[in-house]
Design a protein around this ligand. Sequence first.
Ligand code: AMP
Length: 621
Amino acid sequence: MGYKTIIEDDIDVLVVGAGLGGTGAAFEARYWGKNKKIVIAEKANIDRSGAVAQGLYAINCYMGTRFGENNPEDHVRYARMDLMGMVREDLAFDMARHVDSAVHQFEEWGLPIMKDPKKGNYLREGRWQIMIHGESYKPIVAEAAKKSADKVFNRICVTHLLMDDSKDNRIAGAVGFNVRTGNYHVFKSKTVICGAGGASNIFKPRSVGEGAGRVWYAPWSSGSAYGLMIEAGAKMTQMENRIVLARFKDGYGPVGAYFLHLKTYTQNGIGEEYESKWFPALTEMVGKEYLDTEGQHLSHKPIPTCLRNHAFINEVNAGRGPIHMVTMEAFQDPHLEEIGWHNFLGMTVGQAVLWAATDVDPKYENPELTTSEPYVMGSHATGCGAWCSGPEDVSPDEYFWGYNRMTTVAGLFGAGDAVGGTPHAFSSGSFTEGRLAAKAACKYIDDGKAEGINVSEKQIADLKKKIYKPMETYTVYRNEIVAGSVNPNYINPRQGLDRLQKMMDEYCGGFGVNYMTNEKLLQIGLKKMKVFGEDLESIAAEDIHELLRAWELKHRYLTSESVFQHTLFRKETRWPGYYYRGDAMKLDDENWHVLTVSQRDRNTGEYTMEKAPLYHLVDDE
Ligand code: AMP
C-alpha cells in the first residue's frame, strides 16, 4: 500500500505494550541489562496507556510487610480463596514477596500515597488496598520506563510476534504499524515481554447506543496480550475464568473504596439484606470450604467475589431488584462524602459525571448497582493468561522451565494481564511481574539462549502483506457497497465486533443469558466462530484507524475462541456468579481441582486442551 518499512534491529528486550506490566519490565531490564538495547512499542502514548491511563484511587495489592501488616503467604491464601482454589501459587507468591518494593518506588517517584496520621503507615482502604491520589499514577510510572528504554515507539499497534526461522518455537521480535503514519514497523529482538492488555468488549456490553464505549476495563484493552501469544502458539491457562463485576450502574464506578473504606453495603429493591439468603443453596453448589454448614460465610475468610455476584444475580432474577448501594448513611459524614466523590474523580470521572447528569446525589439517594458483562483479563479478581514458568526457588517441576514468567515459547515473557493464574496483582502487582519477567529475560540472553536468531525476509514481507490486506480489500471492493456500509464482499470492523459480542453473549455466558451456558451452546458457538473466522479474512479497513480496529478485532477473536474452548473443557461450575455451566452446575473438586491449559497450533489453528496439576504450596493458615 506504499507504506514505508522501518526496521529496528538488534534489540535485546522488546516490551510490547507499556501499561503497568510493560513499564515495570522496561525499568527492571535496564538494571539487569546495563548495556542491553531496550525498546518499547506502545499502541497509545506511554504517558497515558493501559488500564491505569485515567488514574486510580487505590493500589489494591500492597502487603505492608514493613509495618507488620501482611506477609506474602497471606496474600496467596486470599487470592486462592477468592478464585475458588484456582491460582498458580508459585507466581502469586513471587509477585507478593516483591510488590511492596514497587509501591515504595512509586512513592519515591512522586506518587502521593495517603498516610495514616497516627500510625505513619499507608492509609488502608481494606486489608490489601491502600489509598492514593492517583490521577497521575501512569505518567509518573511511565517516566521511569522512558528513562530506562533506549527508544520508545508510541502509536504502534503490534499485530504479530516474529518467530525465529532457524529454531522452532523461539521468539524473534514483533511487527505492527504506526496508527498515525501507517508505516510498517519491524522490531527484531532477542526477547519479547508481552505487556499488552486483557479483553474488554468481547462480550456484548450493557452500554449500547449513545452509551457505547463505556465499559469497566479500558475500552482499548483489545485482548492483544492473548491474541499475540495465542497466535504464536503459547500455551494459555484459565481462559474460562472471565470476570463479572458488581459496579455502579452505567458508569461502571468501582465499588471497592465504598465497601471497604466507606463501609457502605448493599440492599435489594425493597431495602432488605439479601446476600445471606442465597448462601445455603450455594453451599449445595460449591461445598463447605467457602461457606459454613448453615450457608453462612466463614467469618475468618472473605467471600469469594464470584459468590457475592451469585447472590446479586439471583436476587435480581427473583424480581427484587435493583440492588442498591447504601450510601445515604456514610455520605452524611462530610469527610466520607468527599472521599466518595474523590474516589471517582481520581479514576472514573464518568461515574461522577453520570450522577451529576442524571440527578443522583448519593447523599440523598442510594445509587443502583449492576453486574457487568464479562471481561477476560488476568490482574483483577481473575487469572486468565499465558501458562508461564515460575521462579526457580518455589515452583514445582511442572511449573518451571528455566526462566521466570517465560511462556512456553522460548524468549517470550509475560507481565500483567498476559500471565495466567495470577489474579489480584492489580497495578502494583503487574508492574512487579514486569520487573520479574525482565530480570529473567536478561538472564535468558546472558545464558546464550537467543544466539543465532534468524528472521527471513519472507516472514517480514508476508506479515506486511497480511497487515495491510484489510485496506487492500476495501480499495478493491468499495464500489460494490449496496446500501449504507453493507458490502457483499467484506465486513467492516464495527460489524465484526457486533457479531463477536452477540456470539459471546448468547453462547458463552454473557449477561444477556444470565451468564449461563452449556456444552451444546458452546459447540454451536464454536461452529459460528469458525465461520466468523473465515469472514474475518475478508475484513475491510477504510483508513488506518479502521485498520487498527480490524487488528484489535482479530486479537479479540483469538481471545474469544480460547475462552470458548476453555469453557467447553472445564465441565463444572467453578465460579458461580462469573458463569454457569447449566449441564454441570456444581463445583466438582474430584475431577476439576486442576488448572486448564490450552494450545492453539500455530500452523493449523487446532486446539489441544489439557489439565495441569494445581499445587497448593502455601498451607491453610
Ligand atoms: P473494585 O473497586 O471493585 O475494583 O475493588 C477494589 C478492591 O476491593 C479489590 O481488591 C476487590 O477485590 C476489593 N473488594 C471490592 N468489593 C469488595 C467487598 N465487598 N468485600 C471485600 N473486598 C472487596
